[in-house]
Design a protein around this ligand. Structure first.
Ligand SMILES: C[S@@+](CC[C@H](N)C(=O)[O-])C[C@H]1O[C@@H](n2cnc3c(N)ncnc32)[C@H](O)[C@@H]1O
Length: 237
């Protein structure tokens, strides 16, 4: 569970640099309602009990494995939350990792778990549907989004997301995009989601990306309930 320091920044630790951690780069104004919503979720629930929490993100790691990326490839974890994927990328000696989320609370929890290794990650608090900082990041070789894009139910938010993705992924670079599939839940964390199949995701990204792999996968949540996902791997044209 987060302590008050991480949740409300009362000690002023959120934006400071310490020997063991890079600063959490944040902008003064994101969509505050949405940010509060997600911050609250990460504050009131032990993150290991969240429905999307994976002890080991096996499917994502298997996709990354087949890409044979250089160790200094720029990998961005989109809507990272408290994902263990960041830990696993560090274990695999990747050296150029960014993690972004609208929830500063989530990223602080992730930083806390990583301890000294947090210093090896670039941290960005931003809203994917109204990006400012994300527009200025270095281009990426791999963009990884599990369980984030499906929250964007409005066409304008989807378009903004896809524009950012297209602007930031290098030619020949990759995108791993995993959403709830058509058998999946209609809500997650109390928010409506848009569900997809392979063709629907392919259609969304068709202008700039080729689909190179896709599969359905039913994830068993910490509660024992199941959530059917579609995983896709795209390559930037
Ligand atoms: C269901 S969680 C998935 C977390 C992580 N990808 C994983 O697989 O463990 C969705 C994440 O998306 C983030 N998120 C939701 N809307 C966002 C937005 N507009 N911009 C950036 N992040 C957002 C939330 O804060 C949350 O951490």
């Amino acid at each position: 569970m987060a302590n008050s320091c991480e949740t409300n920044g009362s000690c002023g630790c959120n934006n400071t640099t310490t020997a063991s951690s890079k600063p959490l780069i944040t902008k003064t104004k994101v969509n505050e309602d949405l940010q509060d919503y997600w911050d609250t979720i990460y504050t009131v629930v032990d993150y290991e009990k969240n429905g999307w929490y994976e002890k080991v993100p096996e499917k994502t790691l298997a996709l990354i494995e087949q890409l044979n990326l250089a160790k200094d490839a720029h990998i961005i974890n989109i809507g990272a939350g408290t994902t263990t994927l960041v830990d696993e990328l560090l274990i695999r000696s990747f050296t150029n990792i960014s993690a972004t989320d609208i929830s500063e609370t989530a990223l602080n929890l992730l930083k806390e778990r990583l301890q000294d290794k947090a210093n090896q990650i670039d941290w960005i608090v931003d809203d994917l549907t109204q990006p400012t900082l994300l527009k200025n990041i270095d281009s990426v070789n791999l963009w990884i989004d599990r369980a984030v894009f499906h929250f964007f139910t409005e066409p304008k938010d989807q378009e903004q997301y896809i524009k950012l993705l297209s602007d930031k992924v290098l030619t020949g670079g990759y995108v791993i995009l995993a959403t709830f599939n058509l058998n999946g839940a209609t809500k997650c964390s109390g928010l409506p989601v848009r569900r997809y199949n392979e063709l629907m995701l392919k259609e969304k990204l068709k202008d700039n990306f080729d689909l190179i792999d896709s599969f359905n996968y039913t994830y068993t949540m910490p509660s024992g309930d199941t959530r059917p996902y579609i995983y896709t791997l795209f390559k930037r044209k």
